[in-house]
Ligand binder design. Structure first.
Ligand code: CA
Length: 193
């Protein structure tokens, strides 16, 4: 005797690329942050570091951490301020060349397997000033001053599948400091064919 089990046939499709800033289309999950995210240090006299954990595919597991660390204001040797993004688990971010600086992507670019990925901490902004010495500013984002202009590329790896995505970010000058505002994001998802 043989049994046959009739299974309902439907297959899921996962796109293998996304355009920076793309909000609509099959397999696109778009989220507008309300309010926007700002990894800023409110009171550097009291606390010199802060971070924001992000669960972008909303599965209850953090995917990336935005991090900021400053020198204590009383530190007389100079001034420092670092903003980075840390991929968690096996996730990755798009960087430009060997610098490890987070890349600024625009709508002409394509986020897919061919761009440069790393699962190491990526630099968004680094400012250093040594009293009586030289100041240095690093990163590609501090002069991105308008919204909906540049995007960071990310990749979440789950169950051996790659879910590409982007986040919109811009720099906002506040007094002598710079805030990095994350406005929205989109991530690929599987959808029925
Ligand atoms: Ca997650």
């Amino acid at each position: 005797m043989s049994y046959s089990c009739k299974k309902e046939e439907f297959s899921l499709v996962l796109p293998d690329e996304i355009t920076p800033g793309q909000k609509y289309g099959s397999g696109i999950d778009y989220v507008d942050f309300e309010p926007d995210l700002n990894c800023s240090i409110i009171d550097p006299w009291n606390k010199q570091d802060t971070n924001i954990n992000l669960d972008l595919n909303r599965d209850g597991i953090y995917d990336f951490t935005l991090k900021r660390v400053m020198c204590h204001p009383v530190f007389l040797g100079g001034d420092c301020d670092d903003v980075t993004i840390i991929p968690l688990m096996n996730n990755e971010i798009c960087v430009r060349s060997e610098l490890g600086w987070l890349d600024t992507l625009s709508i002409q670019d394509t986020i897919d397997s061919r761009i440069t990925w790393t699962n190491k901490e990526g630099l968004i902004y680094s400012y250093n000033f040594v009293l009586g010495g030289i100041s240095s500013t690093e990163g590609f984002w501090f002069n991105i001053l308008s919204m909906d202009d540049k995007y960071l590329g990310f990749k979440i790896i789950k169950d051996d599948k790659k879910y590409f995505g982007w986040m919109g970010m811009y720099a906002d000058s506040v007094n002598r400091s710079i805030d990095f505002i994350v406005t929205d994001y989109a991530i690929l998802k599987e959808y029925p064919e």
